[in-house]
Structures are given as structure tokens and as C-alpha cells.
Design a protein around this ligand. Structure first.
Ligand code: FRU
Length: 445
């Protein structure tokens, strides 16, 4: 089976959202939206990868695929839960009203309906797509609750007296909604409550709701969150909320903010790691496939971010790099000895006017903000933003922790106060600037 170290990449063809992220029987399982036939989006399957440490991944092939009339056109995003030692996967099941006659992987006129379904795996290794799936929430018929087409991405968790589910949806007013369902057994669900917000754009995708350091946080990916003339309009956001499990009541306790300043980042999902830390992984969107790769995966499109640990501190959600990533970079090297064909890590402290060149990717401090510029490492691809920046940093210097892999750069600023991640194409073997330290990975890539 194909392996990935550091960033989990499509094993070939296409991936998007992380799904069913869970620590189960001593291993991390990360499923993902997968189209196995071409490096573009199409009829969704769940691909599957496992890891012992969140940074060495082994692809396991396809776990879920369409088998039922209700999921015949796609097994959309969802989550995982362990119940009685078994692995339950919750997903959105898509059925097109008609397929596009020239491209059966897309709905004709974008007309489809969505229900929610689950499958039980006895061991996280075998998935009986024919015998073990069941529909748990039928297509919504009451528009006052949510949309028959656009209601999806169940995130499920255990509550004091049962189970809760949050779903993304929209309504006749074209405003995004988060729906809360409740269940005593995780199988029979009833609608409980909802929360609407203009911050959810025209439709909310991939919501996640959890408590970290005593604060409830809502994470979600609203469609149409941003209007600038360049991609991407859909952006992942987070906000502190109050949540009452008994009634499923959500209320905002602060502002929504964009989770990653680079804006390729989308559809994050969290879980608890082995030590009980809240860990998040998101999809890094790529505007075009990588056509060749040395390891035989063929053309591929899409990868995951590094695992990030979430902390609520001083009224702010910090997303810092997971200790498993730290444990990987144990070898300090001299700048001139960096091997550009392997991932590496750079640390630097920057003040106003300072600049770095990392493989052709430029990092600068401009008016107190950390700015990233991929103009020289984006292969002339048009229609996407080339530059991005954080808000102004407090104090005069910012500590940058930079991770470089073949098609992605992640910059963690001041211990995860902000993160700026960018997809890049055509990285060059260049490193310029004042770095405090440079690190390569210990062991095999
Ligand atoms: C987000 C999303 C989800 C959906 C899935 C389909 O990227 O649109 O809402 O379940 O991707 O692949």
C-alpha cells in the first residue's frame, strides 16, 4: 500500500474533505472524499488511510462506495464514532434526480437529494457496503427545518444521555444553517434545533462542534463566505459559541474568523487524539492536478494539512502543530545542506521589513502583517489569489515555524495564533533570509 509521510496526499486521482477522523483501536483512521477514476471531483467514495502517529500514513484503498439507491451518486462527507468496540461511520448519501448525460458523475442541472446514512464496521478494516449500511435520516421534506438537497456532512459525538449530530444546511432564504439532531442510540435520530447566520454564507458545509479548554467552538465551511473576484469563495471559519446539549441550542459568543489565512484550507474535521488533545486536519484545495509523481501514484489532486492541535486561550482559538510533527524533525542541518526533495522545517523571527525566500515562495512583514506570496511558484495558474496575509502581529517580532513539502507550505505564527498555508507548484531549490534553525526529518520519507 502507498505511504505518505508528513502530508497525506491523494493516492492518485482526486481527494477532498477529511472524513471519519478517529483514534480507534490504537490507530488513527482518516477517511477522505475520493474519486478514484480521474484527478477531478466525481461520484464520491471514501478513501481510507491509517497511521500510528498522525504523520506516517498508509493508504488502505476504498472503504465506502455507492451501493444503495439512496447513495447511488455519492457517499459524501461525514464522521466516525466508536460504539461497543465497533466503528460507525456516518455520511451523507446523495441521489441525483438525473445524471448529466455527458458526465454521469455530476447531477443534471445540479438537481439531487441528500439523506443521512451510516455503516458499521466490526474492526475499521472491513466495510460491508452491501449489508451494513442503513439510512438514518431521510431526505428532509420540511424546508423550515432544512433543505432536501443541501443538508449534509453529519458530525456525531456522544453526549451525557446519548448522541448529538450537527449537519450543514440552508433554507429558502439562502442563508446557511447548522442543524442539531439528537439520538439515544446513535441510530434513531430526531430533529432538535438549528442555528442560522449570515456568517454561514448561502450554505454551511462540514460543521464541527466541540469543547476545548472549557469553551465550545463551532467550526464550519460556509459556501460563498468571500467575494473577491478570485477563488476560493468558500472558506472555513470558527467562532466561540455556547451550546446546551439538552435542547441543542447554539448561540454565538464572539466573532467568526477565517481559520487559515492562506485560504486553500477547507472542510476541517477534528477528533481527540490518543492523549485527549483536540486535533484538526483539513483539505488543501489544489487548482490543478500534479501530473507526474516519482512514486507511481500518477496524476493526483488534493492533500491534507498537518495535524493541528487546538487550544482555547485568552479568547482565541490557537491551532498549533501537533507534537507528532515536532517529533519528526529532529535533525538540525545547515542551510546549504537542505535536501529539497524531502520535507523540511524552518524557524525564523521576523520584524517589519524582513523577508524570506522559501523555494521561490516569498514571506515578508508588511505593516505588521505576515504576508505570503506564491506568484513565482504557482505555474502561472490564473483565477486564484496569489498573496495572503495575517492581521497585524502584536509586538515587534513574529516567530515563524515553516513546514515545506513538495506542493505545500504551512506557516505557523506565534505558536498557532494564526496559520497561513499555501499550495505551491514548481518549488525551486532556493532558501534566502535569516533563519534561526533548519530541520530535516529523521527516518524515511
Ligand atoms: C465540502 C463538500 C461537502 C460534501 C463533499 C462532497 O468540500 O462539498 O459538503 O459532503 O464536499 O465531496
Amino acid at each position: 500500500m502507498m505511504k505518505d509521510t508528513l502530508h497525506l496526499k491523494a493516492p492518485g486521482n482526486w481527494i477532498n474533505d477529511p472524513n471519519g477522523f478517529i483514534y480507534y483501536r490504537g490507530e488513527y483512521h482518516l477517511f477522505y472524499q475520493h474519486f478514484p477514476y480521474a484527478p477531478r471531483w466525481g461520484t464520491m467514495h471514501w478513501g481510507h488511510a491509517v497511521s500510528r502517529d498522525l504523520v506516517h500514513w498508509e493508504h488502505q484503498g476504498v472503504a465506502l462506495f455507492p451501493t444503495k439507491s439512496y447513495d447511488q451518486n455519492g457517499v459524501f462527507s461525514g464522521s466516525a464514532m466508536e460504539v461497543d468496540g465497533k466503528l460507525r461511520l456516518y455520511f451523507s448519501a446523495v441521489r441525483y434526480l438525473a445524471a448529466n448525460p455527458e458526465d454521469i458523475h455530476c447531477a443534471d442541472g445540479d438537481a439531487f437529494v441528500t439523506s443521512q446514512a451510516m455503516i458499521v464496521s466490526p474492526d475499521g478494516k472491513t466495510f460491508d457496503n452491501f449489508g451494513q449500511k442503513r439510512q438514518i435520516i431521510p431526505v428532509l421534506e420540511d424546508a423550515a427545518i432544512g433543505d432536501a438537497k443541501d443538508t449534509r456532512d453529519p458530525k456525531v459525538w456522544k453526549t451525557k444521555d446519548g448522541y448529538a449530530m450537527i449537519l450543514g444546511s440552508t433554507g429558502p432564504d439562502q442563508t446557511g444553517r447548522a442543524l442539531i439532531f439528537h439520538s439515544t442510540d446513535g441510530e434513531h435520530w430526531s430533529y432538535q434545533n438549528q442555528y442560522r447566520s449570515p456568517a454561514f454564507g448561502k450554505m454551511l458545509e462540514c460543521p464541527d462542534l466541540f469543547e476545548v479548554d472549557g469553551q465550545w467552538v463551532l467550526v464550519g465551511s460556509p459556501m460563498g463566505a468571500r467575494r473577491t473576484g478570485v477563488q476560493y469563495y468558500d472558506q472555513a471559519k470558527c467562532a466561540p459559541v455556547a451550546f446546551e446539549e439538552e435542547t441543542g441550542t447554539l448561540s454565538l459568543q464572539g466573532d467568526f474568523r477565517i481559520l487559515d489565512d492562506g485560504r486553500d484550507f477547507y472542510a476541517p474535521q477534528t477528533t481527540l487524539d490518543e492523549e485527549g488533545r483536540r486535533v484538526m486536519i483539513a483539505w488543501m484545495r489544489m487548482p490543478r492536478p500534479v501530473e507526474t509523481s516519482a512514486d507511481g501514484r500518477g496524476a493526483w489532486n488534493g492533500m491534507m494539512t498537518l495535524p493541528r492541535v487546538l487550544h482555547w486561550k485568552d479568547g482565541w482559538l490557537y491551532t498549533s502543530v501537533h507534537p507528532a510533527v515536532d517529533a519528526l524533525f529532529t535533525k538540525p542541518v545547515a542551510l546549504q545542506d537542505v535536501a529539497f526533495d524531502k520535507p523540511f522545517r524552518l524557524k525564523a523571527k521576523l520584524s517589519e521589513g524582513d523577508a524570506l525566500n522559501v523555494c521561490g515562495y516569498r514571506i515578508r512583514v508588511e505593516n505588521g502583517c505576515i504576508a505570503g506570496d506564491r506568484s513565482d511558484v504557482f505555474d502561472g495558474i490564473e483565477g486564484y489569489s496569489l498573496t495572503a496575509k495575517t492581521p497585524a502581529v502584536e509586538g515587534t517580532t513574529a516567530a515563524l515555524d515553516i513546514f515545506v513539502d513538495s506542493h505545500v507550505i504551512e506557516i505557523y505564527i506565534d505558536g498557532g495564533w494564526h496559520v497561513l498555508s499555501h499550495v505551491i507548484y514548481g518549488a525551486k531549490p532556493v532558501l534566502e533570509g535569516a533563519f534561526d534553525s533548519v530541520w530535516t526529518m529523521d527516518g524515511e520519507v
